[in-house]
Write a protein that binds this ligand. Sequence first.
Ligand SMILES: *Cc1c(COP(=O)(O)O)cnc(C)c1O
Length: 356
Amino acid sequence: MKKHNFSAGPAILPASVFEQAAEAVRDLDGIGLSVLEISHRSAEFKAILSEAQQSVKDLLGIGDEFDVLFLTGGASSQFYMTAMNLLANNETAGYVDTGTWSAKAIKEAERFGAIKKLASSKEDNYTYVPKGFDIPSDLKYLHITSNNTVFGTQFRQLPDTKVPIIADMSSEIFSRPVDMSRYDLIYAGAQKNLGPAGVTLVVVRKGITGKVKREIPTMLNYETHIAKDSAFNTPPTYPIYVCLLTMRWIKAQGGVAAVAANNDKKAKLIYDEIDSNPLFEGTTAVEDRSLMNATFIAKNDAHTAPFLEACAAANISAIKGHRSVGGFRASIYNAMPMESVQILVDVMRDFTAKNG
Ligand SMILES: *Cc1c(COP(=O)(O)O)cnc(C)c1O
């Protein structure tokens, strides 16, 4: 029986995407070949790549002012590629430290230029998103982690600045509309909300690359991949194909706005239960709660293990919280059906009826 998968990543994808992805391994659109065995230079794969790139633009509401790249190396490689390509040694970039991933991004960027940590919520175990901090207007860029997968917080509003923003959107890509005019670059590892592990989406504003003087290895240079339209070397063909299937699914739902409206409802369902159930409590500031990763704990730690057992008995998978937060984390990405969130809520109520 199919489980209710609350995994933070690699994570749930739409059921129809799993079916289409499986079928394409056997035979891609009836061409007599598996998607796994066609050349990345073939007409079939070129069509996949160009539809995938166009779909990204459609879903973000952007045009040719941006390039769309599908790279390898994970979101973690973007921690250094962004700074390596965009920040000169004598320039300063601003970073907001809102969690594990932000801290890693800062560490890597520091190798290439001056990094100003503008704000951090580390001393409160990243339970909130800092606001109202000063953002110097001469920064090269401002880097944020828009959704903090581990701690369950999210920038519900962008910081007030004219400085171009670079955002790690790994765990929220295409979950809500974004105003791309505010960004120079966004990136997302696919395995949270878009596709399988192995590909990273990078959307980069035209004209911002090639300005720093340092030597950049060919594969780490955005200009290489921009010039070759994301096929300088063999791109991760199958992960890109599955991302395309997911993007077709988002379009069929009515686009990002429709998916976002559903995400709001799913998040409200789980957070209302967390707030009203006497045995549980949320771990983050209410106004900064993530619509993608809902973190919560049992008020009495003696309930933690039995609740995890109750979840397992109800076919709920991967609800255990990250070790740095404890408790529970319900990752409710785009593909998570409302019915699965309802089952989790039912298990919480049932647990409280028996143990409250
Ligand atoms: C998972 C995650 C990463 C790391 O992604 P990799 O693809 O494993 O490198 C980075 N940032 C955020 C916000 C994440 O959720």
